[in-house]
Design a protein around this ligand. Structure first.
Ligand SMILES: Cc1cc2nc3c(=O)[nH]c(=O)nc-3n(C[C@H](O)[C@H](O)[C@H](O)COP(=O)(O)OP(=O)(O)OC[C@H]3O[C@@H](n4cnc5c(N)ncnc54)[C@H](O)[C@@H]3O)c2cc1C
Length: 416
């Protein structure tokens, strides 16, 4: 005779459950527990570690944000979310984020390119500060438990994980770009913009170019109608550096549709064609007997030699160059075309374009317009920034605005 025992696992109630213990989830919990110490708050994290991307970010140094205090200029660094985030940045952006990290004891410094890091140059400083705050404010950490379902029953959300069930009055979904949450999110009535990679480098099969690996130059880069400028780095597989990474972010969807096969144009001197031709004619006039191999336009000797070769110039000095040959050189300098054959990951730093559709979220509060009490923050949203600390800023800003909206909302006491 078998006896059946039904074990009922009690459902634990929290005022607020935050799903995902990454940058955005932990920041939201820290802020909310400061603003409302009376609330019971839990973070449910799928893995055994919190803030794991913060740990590896910025080469282990954590590029917390970017030295850009002007909301309008800050918002221009988001290929997806630029227009939508402007209002959010007027409410909470770099200044407020840095003040908060200072209050946690994280000293920061800005590098010459605007990237902001902890003075320690160690991402662990940021992790320790946030985790200490969560501990001090008694935020409950539930892990490793992956969330499998979220539903709304009467006034409460029911959050089902791999092993338990929880109830909460408000839920913040801060699960990053993890596709495992797609079904859970769409079941709540939200539409997702399909995910495609952003921030990648370009593969180019041009043996002579690849021999220049390690050389950098300031360029203008253009592909599929998108233009960027900045430093370019030649690598052993093709091209990288900020000019290319920015292009990959702004063109993420175009390049995906082209299966990462497209033409790239480089302007090595960042000048207009006519201007360059006039300068080349002037060189010829002024330096008739000088070798054409002497680098010009501030380019390195090896890069200049490569470009001269690319323009098929075999002459020894400027006097020997015809106007047609100068035109050919001008063409190479200002409109040098390469076939990109595939993409590759940049230092394992990848960001995903796509996520929860922004028009379904109130960007003052990051609350869903479809389900009251449900919030989305960080990379789970269809927002992505170029490299330089912008992605974390989206995580901090959305987390703070959701936390402050919840802090000011009326949370019916489920826990009483
Ligand atoms: C190698 C690397 C370097 C980077 N460097 C930088 C940088 O220097 N500066 C910058 O601005 N950006 C950087 N980024 C991007 C940045 O890390 C992300 O934009 C940021 O972490 C997004 O924060 P988030 O909290 O939204 O998501 P995440 O940090 O991805 O956190 C999401 C969390 O949710 C958890 N989760 C997922 N699904 C579930 C589930 N079903 N149940 C429970 N938990 C779940 C995950 O385990 C994770 O802990 C880098 C990214 C990478 C990969």
């Amino acid at each position: 005779m078998w006896t059946a025992y039904f074990v009922t696992i009690p459902t634990v109630h929290y005022d607020v459950i935050i799903i995902g213990g990454g940058a955005s989830g932990c920041y939201a919990a820290a802020q909310l527990s400061d603003l409302r110490p009376d609330l019971s708050i839990a973070i449910v994290e799928k893995t055994s570690s919190f803030l794991s991307k913060v740990k590896i970010s910025g080469g282990g140094r954590c590029n917390i944000t970017h030295h850009q205090f002007e909301p309008k200029l800050l918002s221009q660094n988001y290929p997806r979310g630029s227009k939508e985030l402007l209002g959010s940045f007027f409410r909470y952006a770099v200044d407020e984020t840095l003040s908060y990290f200072e209050s946690l004891g994280v000293e920061w410094k800005a590098e010459s390119d605007g990237r902001i890091f902890p003075v320690s140059d160690d991402s662990q400083t940021v992790i320790d500060a946030l985790m200490q705050k969560l501990h001090n404010n008694k935020v409950k950490l539930i892990y490793p438990q992956g969330v499998k379902a979220i539903s709304k029953q009467e006034n409460a959300f029911v959050v089902g994980t791999t092993s338990c069930e929880y109830k909460a009055n408000a839920v913040i979904v801060a699960t990053g770009s993890a596709p495992n949450m797609n079904k859970v999110i769409t079941a709540l009535g939200h539409k997702l913009v399909a995910a495609v990679p952003s921030l990648f480098t370009f593969h180019i099969e041009e043996p002579k170019l690849l021999k220049l690996q390690g050389i950098s130059a300031e360029v203008e880069a253009k592909a599929e109608g998108i233009e960027t400028d900045g430093p370019l780095l030649i690598t052993h597989w093709g091209l990288s550096g900020p000019a290319i990474l920015k292009l990959s972010a702004w063109g993420a969807r175009h390049f995906f549709e082209k299966h990462y096969k497209f033409d790239l144009n480089l302007n090595w001197v960042r000048k207009k064609q006519q201007e360059v031709l006039a300068e080349l004619e002037e060189f010829k006039h002024q330096n008739a007997n000088e070798s054409i191999l002497k680098p010009q336009f501030g380019l390195s000797k090896r890069l200049w030699g490569y470009l001269i070769d690319r323009a098929d110039l075999s002459q020894k000095n400027w006097a020997e160059c015809s106007r047609k040959e100068l035109q050919k050189l001008q063409e190479v300098l200002t409109h040098d075309t390469y076939s990109v054959v595939k993409k590759s990951t940049y230092k394992q730093e990848f960001v995903t374009a796509g996520g929860v559709r922004l028009k379904d979220v109130d960007l003052k509060t990051f609350e869903s317009k479809i389900r009251q009490g449900l919030y989305f923050t960080g990379e789970v949203l269809n927002v992505d920034g170029i490299t330089g600390g912008y992605n974390f800023q989206n995580a901090w800003t959305s987390a703070y605005l959701a936390a402050s909206a919840i802090a000011n909302s009326e949370l019916a006491g489920l826990n009483q």
